[in-house]
Write a protein that binds this ligand. Sequence first.
Ligand SMILES: [Zn+2]
Length: 159
Amino acid sequence: MVLLYKEYHAPWILDKSPHTGKPKTQTRRLWEKCRVRIGSVHQARTRLFDKTSTFCLQRILNTWPETLREMSEEDAVAEGYPDKKSFLVALFEINRIKTPDLDREIWAVEYEVVKKKCKYCGRKGPSKTLVKGVGFFCNEGCYDRYIEQENIRKGRASR
Ligand SMILES: [Zn+2]
């Protein structure tokens, strides 16, 4: 199960929202049933079928159903928005909802970004699953340098 985000949400999740100065730590989904379990880890992507758009792994900390009417102002800030009103505008736009129903039940999901040690530079940061079985790299540059290093090493070994 991949969690899909808008491109502009990625830096809010990895770093901080420009509206709140804090990272975005919640997301709301228009699911009938909750599709993630507490404790499970999911890839966060900006393009559903594109592995390279994975920008981090997220561990689910909490999930709860609520109506948008019940949602608190505090949780809109956890979503990375200045207030509930602007969060709702964005939610309806993202989900292409023309006639909003504030009494419809949706799912709130709270997560944390999984941090792992980069196999190249050793820095602990948001992990990317760039290549399965190779390891975690903090960015594409570190992955490229690691592969380069490995190729040199293998080249030497075969001589
Ligand atoms: Zn690195």
